[in-house]
Write a protein that binds this ligand. Structure first.
Ligand SMILES: [Zn+2]
Length: 317
């Protein structure tokens, strides 16, 4: 039922996208690719052609991801979209003509990512048990049945990681501006509030890749303390206090440039090491290191180089 109505919708949309329609008829575009492109392009032939070019050089998963970005960009407000999808969420079941039982669910991508991450290890275990059939979606169905009907048999999640990519300014601001990215890898764009809730969940199988445009600012892990690897890199970068002119090298404290309460994660590029004296000046009198990395000037709030006067994302907090 669901699939049939989608096929009809695709056919209707293709009427407005001649280039995509031609590619689908010529067989250079699969039915799934055509459906994804037609759905994302709506009636916009220009967008259709751009996605057509993308389809030629990417996998179906990559194409779908691009399509969901296009669709998200066309919507005005990710938070409003999240609320709308949440309000309209459903799980429906029906029987088909052949006697099969069907289930269809719709919810936000973060809910889908969580469900699929929970099913993955079960699916892989079932798949290993019966390698011969080789259809992973069949094992995903088995995994769902087993997870719901016999939750005790669920193995610990191992290796099934949910990866979030978010631009740092969007994370700090709480909403995405044009050109910024906030998405769950493989599931498409999500609202910043969804990412914050994921981070708050403390799920150890969640990793956040924090970016600033194309540059990776850091791979955030959950938890307040820097990881052992980050600690080593920090100690190498800051053998002594980060404040210029200070030679203190013992009892250094790791300082979160953006308050933990704001970022909810440890981002390597936003960590400094300060001696007790300079750390106190920061927390009690508002002194700060100027923007940058490594040993640099440490200035009072009145200094024009103080990050509060600047425009770097880290000073937005
Ligand atoms: Zn110092």
């Amino acid at each position: 039922m669901g699939q049939a109505s989608e096929t009809i919708a695709t056919a209707r949309r293709l009427g407005k996208l001649p280039a995509v329609d031609a590619a689908a008829r010529a067989g250079s575009l699969s039915a799934q690719q055509a459906a994804a492109v037609a759905d994302a392009a709506g009636g916009d032939a220009g967008v259709g052609e751009r996605l057509l070019a993308k389809a030629a050089t990417s996998s179906l998963a990559e194409l779908r991801e691009e399509c969901s970005r296009v669709k998200a960009a066309a919507l005005p407000d990710p938070e409003a979209r999240r609320a709308k999808i949440h309000a309209e969420r459903f799980l429906r079941t029906w029987g088909d003509a052949e006697g099969g039982w069907n289930l269809r669910m719709r919810d936000n991508p973060e809910v889908g990512a969580a469900i699929m991450a929970a099913l993955l290890p079960l699916r892989d275990r079932l798949f290993r048990r019966a390698r011969s059939e080789g259809r992973s979606e069949a094992y995903a169905a088995d995994a769902l049945a087993e997870a719901v009907c016999a939750p005790a048999s669920r193995p610990a999640r191992s290796g099934a990681k949910t990866i979030v990519r978010i631009d740092l300014p969007a994370l700090l601001r709480g909403r995405v501006m044009e050109g910024e990215v906030c998405e769950i890898a493989g599931f498409g764009p999500v609202a910043v509030s969804a990412v914050r809730e994921l981070l708050d969940s403390g799920d150890p199988f969640l990793a956040a890749v924090v970016t600033d445009g194309e540059a990776v600012v850091g791979v955030a892990h959950l938890g307040w303390r820097a990881t052992a690897r980050q600690q080593t890199a920090l100690e190498w970068l800051y053998p002594s206090c980060a404040a210029e002119g200070c030679s203190a090298s013992t009892w250094l404290e790791t300082d979160h440039r953006v308050e933990w309460a704001t970022s909810h994660m440890t981002i390597f590029d936003l960590l400094d090491r300060l001696c007790g004296h300079h750390h106190d000046l920061k927390s009690l009198d508002g002194w700060q290191l100027v923007d940058g990395r490594g040993k640099r000037a440490f200035v009072p709030p009145t200094d024009p180089r103080h990050p509060r006067h600047g425009h770097a994302p880290a000073s937005a907090a």
